[in-house]
Ligand binder design. Structure first.
Ligand code: COA
Length: 217
């Protein structure tokens, strides 16, 4: 389903729901490229991490951007108790061994996010480095917003780390506002960030899109 396009200079980018069959590994690579630093203590070494993510992702919990048939971006989300990044505790222990797997579960628990009723929680957005800054990330977020509206969610929630001010600027431009910042100085050495900010954006009910005010740069 081609729902949106962005001019990239190389061709049109189309946005669709779900990870296309066969693109799971590419999706996991994009995700790892964006979040490897944060997920490393839980899922390293990188090769194994990418395989684990690819094997356990829930393809129906992401919107994807395609350029010439190749996956170039994705935004995962959690809805109805199901997140983009799957993999139960027992899957982690199976893949990494019971002894080595245990402390990994503790790191993963740090990133556990439970949506409140009526909330869709974003589970990571990543665009291939070569085509960032051309509107693909914005298209993906608007597609997630469309999913949220269809599912009668009232709010979208996401987390952004303090070392990613450009992503935060993007979220603010798209109507997200910060509601809480949790300081995590104990994670700075291990994962590179010292605070996590939660942001929210109200969901426009279906059919009211034309009344939306345009954001100014
Ligand atoms: C954040 C990210 C998804 C944005 O995707 P994108 O396709 O570059 O987004 P857009 O082109 O729609 O918007 C770009 C805007 O986002 C911001 N931005 C964030 N990271 C950027 C990057 N690495 N390069 C360019 N712009 C970036 C800028 O404010 C930019 O605004 P500008 O064009 O006015 O300068 C993408 O940069 C990315 O994958 N980054 C690495 C992973 C990541 O940080 N994910 C978010 C974690 S909370």
């Amino acid at each position: 389903m081609g729902l949106g396009t962005a001019g990239t200079g190389t061709g049109p980018v189309s946005v669709r729901r779900g990870v296309p069959a066969g693109a799971e590994r590419r999706a996991a690579e994009l995700y790892w490229d964006a979040f490897g630093r944060k997920l490393g203590p839980a899922l390293n070494p990188p090769d194994k991490a990418v395989s684990f993510l690819a094997d356990h992702l829930n393809a129906d919990r992401a919107v994807c951007a395609l350029l010439d048939g190749q996956l170039v971006g994705l935004a995962g989300y959690q809805l109805g108790g199901r997140a983009f990044t799957g993999g139960s505790a027992s899957a982690v222990l199976r893949a990494y061994g019971h002894l080595r797997g245990l402390h990994r579960l503790l790191f993963l628990a740090l990133f556990e996010r439970r949506p409140d009723p009526g909330q869709l929680v974003m589970d990571g957005i990543a665009v291939a480095p070569g085509i960032r800054g051309r509107g693909v990330g914005s298209l993906l977020i608007e597609e997630v917003a469309a999913v949220a509206a269809e599912q009668d969610c009232r709010q979208i929630r996401l987390d952004v780390i303090d070392t990613n001010p450009r992503a935060r600027a993007l979220y603010e431009r798209l109507g997200f506002t910060a509601v809480r910042t949790e300081r995590t100085p104990y994670l700075r050495g291990l994962m590179g960030f010292g605070a996590v900010t939660t942001m929210r954006r109200p969901v426009e009910p279906k059919g009211t899109k034309e009344t939306k005010g345009l954001s100014t740069p």
